[in-house]
Design a protein around this ligand. Sequence first.
Ligand code: CAA
Ligand code: NAD
Length: 312
Amino acid sequence: MLSTQIIRNMSTANRLSQIKKLVVIGGGQMGSGIAQVSAVVGNEVIIVDQNEELLAKSRSTIEKSLQRVAAKKYKDEPEKGKTFVQESMSQIQTNTDAETAVQNADLVVEAIVENLKIKQDLFKSLDAVAPANTIFASNTSSLPIRDIASSTKREDRFGGVHFFNPVPMMKLVEVIKAPNTSQETFDALFTWSKSLGKTAVSCKDTPGFLVNRLLVPYTAEAVRLYERGHGSIKDIDIAMKLGAGYPMGPFELTDYVGLDTCKFILDGWREAMPDNPLFDGSPLMDKLVSEGKLGVKSGEGFYKYNNKGQKM
Ligand code: CAA
Ligand code: NAD
């Protein structure tokens, strides 16, 4: 008689072999990166976004990133590099209709705006049409997975996969087990993350998981430090790069992540935990976001950027 553990492993293996068809909802910075690294390992990927223009931008971002990867990986074999880019791109389709896209999905990863209600509405509509065995996951930076999952009737097949920006370069994925996530779903998400060449860590469903719980208060305090007149934006960035060995200073990093995303994270945590000064807001961040100065993706945040995303 097969042991429960063996049956569980077999069932996990079956599930794993089924995670071949990925749908990524939201083809922005993170969705493009997640689609890219999945396509590279042979997953069939569909990216969904709100219109064809955004989808074309997503494909172009992925192609450029693949070319950077190929330039290193196949330094002395440009033809192989070309094939690598073409084959990876051929794994990716696009669609503006999420409900159609998820019809055959093994896994749906959501990477849309950091807003609970919008994420819940999306998953509620997908829950009604996706196959029963499709796993849902969110790439949220800060929202409780349990709150997003509660909009569906598949909380056991719902977890978190938190990737880092830029996805092709950052080696970590935080895999989140919400209270109702089944062990089988968690295992499938964990192994799928590793299959992308990433290191996966297991996280409880707590605000900001591990990385952002440390990183977001740090970048927010840098903005408040500047607002208090303790240092210039440039000097604070130089200080943290040269004094602490960070690859980017806190203002460069906030521009890179997106000021809107950073503000949504902080606002949400402040609302939930109003007495914690780590989550205090910043008039400067509020002003920049209200002016549409969202960082690299909009061409201006704390710094200005050209259309290649380089600081001017
Ligand atoms: N695709 C492919 N390759 C890329 C790339 C991309 N999008 N971005 C950078 N690269 C590659 C470049 O080709 C380059 O390769 P070589 O060194 O072999 O030439 C290498 O990365 C370095 O790039 P650059 O020289 O352009 O710039 P850099 O040395 O500053 O590195 C960086 C860029 C990897 C982004 C680095 O600055 C870095 O690690 N920054 C910190 C990023 C970080 O902290 N991310 C986490 C943000 S928080 C988050 O994501 C969670 C959240 O929920 C908000
Ligand atoms: P982004 O603004 O670059 O991209 C979001 C994309 O989602 C846009 O293209 C938008 O058109 C699309 N979108 C919005 N609503 C949609 C809907 N209902 N259906 C389909 N597409 C929709 O944002 P991003 O930086 O990629 O962040 C996406 C998510 O990933 C957020 O939850 C964010 O907190 C999280 N995240 C961001 C980072 C980061 O560094 N930027 C890192 C990790 C996690």
